[in-house]
Design a protein around this ligand. Structure first.
Ligand code: NAD
Length: 474
């Protein structure tokens, strides 16, 4: 039984998103018609196609949903999961619309899903994703200015390469073809830093909140990340990178939960050692010095400072919310809390950092990749050498005027001119910080009870303003 089938929520995933939207709208004195247009899902493409699988023909169910086209292209990942369904993909596309608005990315929101277990052999994955891409091309649901997929649960660089290759071969001469998909390997037009972007963004967001004295005092916690006890569910792209950056900043990863079970050690895990163990044994269980937890969901209920769900939606629901002891829940996954769980935990005083802000690092760096692809030049290529020479001349002058020698260490820092990776990290950190303070501002200014509703209000405000600027609603 999958995690999101375990306890069926009262409301569907999309209904939860709509309910949060409605709560946030109450803080904004906006035209009801425009709000309806922002909330509604613009386009749903459901596809069924046959794939030859061993000696059998399997009919595959897949989706691409464009929730909002108020800005183009639409943007959103593609997931491989056996539980993919229309409601889920619509909800995830809607979250993309709000996420892009919160972090000031000029895209509409979309999402794709293929109903299949991501652990199928590569050969079938390639067949599926190529066929899926050609279906999207037929209906004009993909392209640099139309709709740009990216990785999500169960997909990564390899799948994005197959999408690109299929798109290029069916669109000869399209000069912007590279920008039809993001999350590509560097050799295929990807941008440095995209792989870790979502996890790094999650880390930046958690760091910002942990640096707030008042918030930490309220929770009975010290300021900063050092020594914070963390539990992470899902050690995939997002979970692993989040764990890595937190571990490097002195947080203690006390439990890790995967499909097969969880491991617990109050002294903390070295995340690279766990990853090596996982690669060798195809399981995180039986890690040296750790206690195995058979029922993986139980790991979420261990006492900790920060709980980070980084797998799938609905994992914290009305059934287990009351037993969650974490002081902070950082939503690295999309929709990990049902609306009922959200209400229970808010009443308990848990600080919840919402998905539509916290995991926006992925789409932010996807935006940088898309910019690189449509501008056909690597970030930093034009100015890097110029800056190095200018800096060299500056410190030569300083040495001459002061009569003192600058140390080799300081020289290296001064001489360094940003590479693509420096620019991407800087752009991501700046984005996550700025949006965080915008969030805090709207929460305080509108007297909104929690960060999730503040995040929805911020998104609605920005989209509403953009509709007015476009003159769609005279
Ligand atoms: P992934 O496929 O790389 O990793 C998911 C991990 O969760 C896998 O290791 C899988 O084994 C594990 N998992 C599956 N079922 C589990 C269970 N029952 N208990 C514990 N672990 C389980 O996926 P990802 O890209 O890391 O995405 C994870 C979440 O983050 C999803 O909700 C996704 O929508 C969201 N997200 C991803 C990105 C991105 O850039 N990849 C961006 C924003 C949000």
């Amino acid at each position: 039984m999958s995690i999101n089938q375990k306890k069926l929520p009262i409301y569907s995933f999309f209904k939860c998103v709509e309910k949060n939207f409605d709560k946030a709208s109450q803080f904004l004195d906006y035209d009801k018609g425009i709000l309806k247009q922002i909330k509604i899902c613009n386009a749903v493409y459901q596809i069924f196609f046959p794939i030859k699988w061993d000696n059998e023909i399997k009919v595959i169910e897949a989706y691409r949903v464009q929730h909002s086209q108020h800005k183009l292209p639409c943007k959103g990942g593609i997931r491989f999961s056996p539980t993919v369904n229309q409601d889920e993909v619509i909800a995830l596309a809607a979250l993309m619309t709000y996420k892009c608005a919160i972090v000031n990315i000029p895209f509409g929101g979309s999402k794709g899903g293929i109903k299949i277990d991501p652990r199928i052999p590569d050969e079938f994955k390639e067949k599926l994703i190529r066929r899926y891409t050609s279906e999207l091309i037929k209906k004009n649901f993909i392209g640099a200015g139309i709709d740009v997929p990216a990785p999500d649960y169960g997909t990564g660089e390899q799948e994005m390469s197959w999408i690109l290759d299929t798109f290029i071969s069916l669109n000869p001469g399209d000069i912007n073809a590279l920008a039809c998909v993001t999350g590509k390997p560097i050799s295929q037009g990807g941008v440095r830093g995209r792989k870790e972007a979502t996890g790094l963004g999650v880390f930046y967001g958690i760091r910002e909140i942990c640096n707030l004295k008042k918030e930490m005092n309220n929770l009975g916690l010290e300021v900063g990340l050092e020594g914070k006890r963390v539990i992470i569910q899902g050690l995939g792209n997002v979970g692993y990178h989040t764990a890595k950056f937190l571990y490097e900043s002195g947080a203690i990863i006390i439990a890790l939960a995967e499909r097969e079970g969880a491991i617990y050690n109050p002294k903390g895990f070295n995340i690279e050692e766990v990853m090596n163990h996982l690669k060798e044994n195809k399981s995180i269980l039986n890690f040296v010095g750790a206690k195995n937890i058979k029922n993986t969901l139980e790991a979420l209920e261990i006492e900790c400072d920060i709980l980070i769900p980084a797998a799938l939606e609905n994992v914290i629901n009305s059934e287990n919310a009351q037993r969650i002891k974490a002081k902070i829940i950082a939503e690295a996954a999309n929709g990990p809390l049902t609306i009922e769980a959200d209400e229970i935990l808010n009443k308990k005083g848990t600080l919840i950092i919402p998905d539509i802000y916290l995991n926006a690092g992925g789409v932010t760096v996807s935006y940088f990749e898309w910019l690189k692809n449509i501008s056909h030049v690597r970030h930093g290529r034009m100015e890097r050498r110029f800056n190095e020479i200018k800096n060299f001349k500056i410190f030569q002058s300083i040495e001459k005027i002061s009569g003192k020698k600058i140390s080799e260490y300081e020289k290296n820092i001064l001489l360094h001119s940003p590479d693509e990776i420096d620019l991407v990290y800087s752009g991501l950190e700046d984005t996550m910080r700025n949006s965080f303070y915008e969030l805090l501002y709207i929460k305080k200014y509108k007297n909104i009870e929690n960060l999730r509703i503040a995040a929805f209000a911020l998104a609605i405000q920005k989209i509403y303003n953009s509709y007015q600027i476009l003159g769609i609603f005279p």
